[in-house]
Design a protein around this ligand. Structure first.
Ligand code: ZN
Length: 430
């Protein structure tokens, strides 16, 4: 089956060349796209072929999220916590750890379906997620994968294992990860953060990652507390601890945040070649500081940290925050925005292919050219311009409406699950 995009302004995501063209988009995980001069006449189209008119619209590669938390989806608008947190560790304790402990599989399903829809409608077709639900671990990753498959987005999942809730959830997290990766799904071995991960667990996680030829996905030095606790308990800083344990040898690892690193830790990061996920809006929201990533590595992915599912918004936020922290330019923020494809290609991640496309109804007041595209990217193009989204050659959003799942039904289900979650959070003492 071929999907034809007629009369598009196609922006090559790497060269930024803007070409007035038609496109033939083949459906399937190993398929691609080709630029063609004209659409075949109606009688030459095969059964199932479709033609979408893209006159006046930009078409380019769709987007990816380097660090998401679908488990936070039902938090939006929830009642105030039982105690108002005064620092980062209290934010975890009174908000996120209380919420994730109350999650049940049905709520996880609703969270994944709703966030999957939000991602899709924002043009995000690859989601790298970091999940937590300490008392509903078994089948949680399979549930999320199934939900994302229904929405039609690609994924790279993990469960954030830790020692914070004792042996039961720790072992269940290891077992769920092993079962998920053994089942042929792609993902990481997830860990919460150094200060909630003991040496025994760290060792087991690295062994499990080696067994499945993958990396770790964890939070690193998001707040100073992670460094302070790690130094107190283990006598060394977070990245030094990871390096000594062998975690930095796992090249597909994604270390999220990396805000509070020493010069030596930055050197270790750079030499190792592991990846960092940057989430400035979350960092500002939690008041944990911001990092100058240029001083750490050029292997930086952009994420949302579960605050939302809009990567164009994340890029703009990182660009603006980056003026003060590292004097970032258009080219560097765009490179970080697109690094998710380089990451996927380098490590053979399935589902991030050239036939993932977004159609933008971008009503620019000035001409869009190869030379000025990055100016439009930073100051003009945003998620409201996303009309049609194609993942692996298949239309998953058409003219702003989900083509794969019934959005209103999913959101009604999510609201029902949200209410159940909030009631439970009020009943259960932190
Ligand atoms: Zn996170």
């Amino acid at each position: 089956m071929t999907l034809y995009l007629k009369n598009a302004a196609f922006v090559d995501w790497q060269s930024l060349k803007v070409t007035g063209t038609c496109l033939a988009v083949e459906e399937g995980p190993q398929k691609g796209i080709s630029l063609i001069a004209a659409i075949p006449p109606q009688d030459k189209l095969a059964k199932g072929d479709r033609v979408l008119d893209c006159a006046g619209k930009l078409v380019t590669r769709s987007f990816g999220c380097g660090h998401h938390h679908i488990y936070s989806t039902l938090a939006r608008g929830m009642p105030a916590p039982q105690k108002v947190p005064v620092n980062f560790v209290e934010i975890l304790k009174y908000i996120w750890w209380h919420l994730d402990k109350c999650l049940e599989l049905e709520m996880i399903e609703a969270s994944a379906l709703a966030s999957g829809i939000f991602c899709a409608k924002n043009g995000v077709t690859l989601i790298i997620d970091h999940h937590a639900s300490p008392f509903a671990i078994k089948d949680s990753l399979f549930t999320i994968a199934k939900a994302f498959d229904r929405v039609g987005v690609s994924h790279l999942l993990c469960y954030e294992i830790s020692d914070r809730d004792g042996e039961g959830p720790r072992e269940a997290g290891l077992a769920e990860t092993d079962a998920f990766l053994t089942g042929g799904y792609q993902g990481h071995v997830g860990l919460h953060a150094s200060f909630t991960v003991g040496d025994g667990l760290l060792e087991k996680a690295i062994a499990l990652a080696k067994k499945h030829d993958t990396g770790l996905h964890m939070h690193v030095a998001e707040d100073l507390a992670d460094q302070e606790e790690t130094i107190t308990r283990y006598g060394r800083r977070v990245v030094e601890r990871l390096q000594q344990a062998g975690a930095l040898d796992l090249k597909t690892s994604i270390l999220s945040h990396c805000i509070h690193l020493s010069k030596h830790e930055k050197e270790l990061m750079r030499e190792s070649g592991v990846w960092v996920a940057q989430n400035v809006e979350s960092n500002q929201n939690n008041n944990v500081g911001l990092a100058p990533y240029k001083s750490i590595t050029d292997k930086v992915l952009l994420g949302t940290d579960g605050m939302h599912s809009d990567m164009l918004r994340s890029a703009k936020a990182a660009f603006l925050a980056g003026q003060a922290t590292e004097g970032i330019g258009f080219d560097e923020i765009y490179r970080r925005f697109r690094n998710v494809h380089r990451y996927a290609r380098e490590f053979g991640v399935r589902g991030d292919t050239e036939n993932n496309l977004v159609v933008l109804n971008y009503d620019a007041p000035t001409e869009v050219t190869s030379d000025n595209f990055l100016g439009h990217f930073v100051y003009g193009i945003d998620s409201r311009h996303v009309t049609t989204v194609i993942c692996q050659g298949k239309v998953i959003v058409e003219e702003g409406k989900m083509a794969t799942v019934h959005e209103a039904e999913v959101l009604a289900f999510a609201r029902e699950m949200g209410k159940r979650l909030w009631d439970k959070m009020q009943r259960v003492q932190v």
